[in-house]
Design a protein around this ligand. Sequence first.
Ligand code: NAG
Length: 275
Amino acid sequence: MLVQTLKLALGLLSLPTTYAVPEFTNHGTASGGWRDVKPEKQGTKSQVANVVYRGDSALKVTQTFVPGYEGRYHSEYVVNKGYKRGEVKFYGFAFRLSDSWEFDPPQSFNIAQWIADFGDTNCDDWSPTSMVYLRGRTLYSRVKTGQLLPGKPCPPANNKGDCSGGKNCQKSREFALKNDIDGGVWYRLTFQITWKSDATGQFKTWINGTKVHEETNIPTTLLDDNREFSFRVGLYANGWHDDNHQMKGTQGFRQVWIDEIGVGSEFKDADPDRL
Ligand SMILES: *[C@@H]1O[C@H](CO)[C@@H](O)[C@H](O)[C@H]1NC(C)=O
């Protein structure tokens, strides 16, 4: 009886209700929790040991421009549980562009995004809300607002942001995070996002431990049916698709390294230095 009571007491002691468990942690390994998604076209995804932020390995992603190809250029690692509307989460990873990265002329290269399949709304298919992307030497993110619900009318094709009459609609607003990104250097990124479609959301970003963005009392996501968005890191050379299937400049082979990826309920779950 005494032993049982003791065990019970110790059991309770070892399970404080406030203890937070990181949802996802990856130290730069190709196995370990990712959804199996193949890179598109000539893209590659691999685990490497020669260029790392911390530890023994990092993830390397590449994409190659193909003249005449009109598809997309994703080489991404995918965390299934990114968010559902209403959640508050921290996300972090370290990234490094190749030391010979061509910044000029500017074109968009995306390195992280939150995305879900809205094919059942008949208004869109895969639709990203926030993205993290480089244009020139500036790193940007964005928030997307509006609505994507099954059974609602779609907006006119030439005006996706027309929400009138209860229509499904999408509006993006971008903001710069840092304007002097270099190649061959690692950057630590951490995001804290309160995902709300009304004006109670928050969006905060830290780069190398310095807060570079903070907005509160804003909508940060679409009004949807609370479906699961995935969180993706890697390289999506979206400019090569979106800019009329053309590459700007001369660097048709792009390389990005990603390491120390984390998602959770606390800052330390998403700080590449503390994972
Ligand atoms: C960011 O932090 C990493 C690791 O501490 C460091 O190597 C890198 O130079 C830093 N980047 C900048 C722009 O300060």
